[in-house]
Design a protein around this ligand. Structure first.
Ligand code: ATP
Ligand code: ZN
Length: 219
């Protein structure tokens, strides 16, 4: 009997809503609090609880068939690892909304992205930032930072930043001005783009039908 594995964020902004949507699809799991693997009880779908950054790689490596992750991370990992391909977005889930924005120091007189040509941009999303700016004909030097991106211009290690924004309060607190939204993101259900064996595909189709019902009822 085949089973599917779905990876979700263990603890963070997407965790509660990810688990919530799966539960509303009728999935129930046997788990102990700190275990990273939850066994699916009524429906053969098991849960893996991991860091969100690991989810796209786990899908590409065939560790699991499904994953709930922000489009920002899925796109970044596909660009870094796989020429921008390899994962299929099955359904956007309507939570985890944020935007990847280009921001500059508020006292810097920059009016357009084009003026950033050749400049240093601090970001946790170097491949996605380069790709999105490249689409607009702008080439930058991406300075990769895993956190605290917004302090880089003040420290003199970058001229601008490309970072996730939801309200903009972090930008304002660091005297940064949002110049342009590069990308709008939300949480989505992803699978590897390679075909699944028939039995697993049938399970996935049943799960997707339930998910569609759940999401439409919520709209
Ligand atoms: P982990 O420990 O799993 O690596 P994390 O600290 O990288 O967690 P979170 O801060 O929980 O991740 O963010 C997870 C996702 O939530 C982001 O990748 C993004 O898709 C989404 N998100 C929504 N709003 C925001 C925001 N204001 N800032 C950052 N991420 C946001
Ligand atoms: Zn993360």
């Amino acid at each position: 009997m085949s089973r599917l594995r779905v990876a979700i964020q263990k603890s963070g902004r997407l965790s509660d809503r990810s688990l919530g949507v799966l539960k509303r699809c009728g999935l129930r799991f046997a788990h102990s609090k700190d275990k990273l693997f939850w066994f699916g009880q009524d429906f053969p779908v098991d849960l893996l609880l991991v860091r969100d950054d690991d989810i796209p790689r786990m899908l590409l490596d065939g560790v699991c068939e499904l994953g709930i992750v922000g489009e920002n991370i899925a796109r970044e990992v596909m660009l870094e690892r796989n020429g921008g391909t390899g994962l299929t977005c099955l359904r956007k889930l309507g939570f985890g909304q944020c935007r990847l924005s280009l921001a500059v120091p508020e006292d810097l007189e920059i009016g357009s992205l084009q003026e950033l040509q050749g400049k240093r941009v601090a970001t946790s999303y170097p491949a996605l930032t380069r790709a999105l700016l490249g689409e607009q004909g702008v080439t930058v030097q991406a300075v990769e930072l895993s956190g605290s991106v917004e302090i880089a211009p003040g420290l003199g290690t970058a001229d601008a930043i490309s970072d996730l924004v939801s309200t903009g309060s972090t930008l304002r607190a660091n005297h940064l001005r949002e110049l342009e939204v590069l990308f709008r993101s939300q949480a989505a259900l992803y699978s590897p783009s390679t075909p699944l064996p028939d039995e697993k595909q049938q399970l996935l189709d049943r799960l997707l039908a339930r998910l569609e019902g759940v999401l439409q009822a919520a709209e």
